[in-house]
Design a protein around this ligand. Sequence first.
Ligand code: ADP
Ligand code: ADP
Length: 239
Amino acid sequence: NPTAIAVRHASMYYGDVLAVDDVTMDIPEHSVTALIGPSGCGKSTFLRSLNRMHEVIAGARVSGDIRIGGADIYARGIDPVLVRRKVGMVFQKANPFPTMSIADNVLTGVRLNSRRLTRAQAEEIVETSLRSANLWDEVKDRLNRPGSALSGGQQQRLCIARAVAVKPEVLLMDEPCSALDPVSTLAIEELMAELAEDYTIVIVTHNMQQARRVSQQTAFFSISGPSQPGRLIEYGPTS
Ligand code: ADP
Ligand code: ADP
């Protein structure tokens, strides 16, 4: 597949501390790439550099070159908000707005785009997004119930529906299953395979079995000792 994300000599810092050193890799589109490695080796930090979330921490910065769909996401004048719209993110702990309805949760990102939606447009986006997240059949009769009414696995799929509702090019997932039971985990893993037909997916996992089940490429990160930076040590087809 063509390259979706081209990373060249990218490093991530927290203040003066180098957290991830000199990553170069090409992530192909419409596939799942797993980032794997021991705790603290910089997987999450690297992932968050791909949608300019890393820099929301005071003093945190990225050097080097990261291009998504050919566009330098760190070029001068690029609005990080637009990058985050193009590159959606799902977190370890599902974080729907608990008191907001299921439908409105799906629409939060879309509404931030300041476009006025008709009721019909909103319904269409809610249904399409929930179908993409394999959640529609379970919630179609209770779209006005709060997000908190759903199980943990359903909440994670709701967060995936919210992410895809804005039609991103890339989906980043930071340990999306590590707070879930095995049945919910399987549902998310199956969903990832389906989403990879339409999206480029990058997932952080500490579970090699999961990387084998879901990914076509695996990037192994490592760290040589305390207060050493994380490094990409191997990258290639998942074996
Ligand atoms: P992983 O996801 O592989 O467990 P992280 O990306 O979370 O690794 O962390 C990489 C390194 O960056 C670790 O040394 C961690 O302590 C450090 N780090 C993470 N978040 C922060 C932060 N907010 N401020 C300073 N250092 C951080
Ligand atoms: P109303 O009919 O006055 O919009 P509802 O109680 O039906 O009130 O809906 C409450 C909120 O949930 C509204 O903001 C509405 O946009 C949203 N909503 C409800 N159902 C749907 C749906 N099927 N598709 C999209 N949005 C919905």
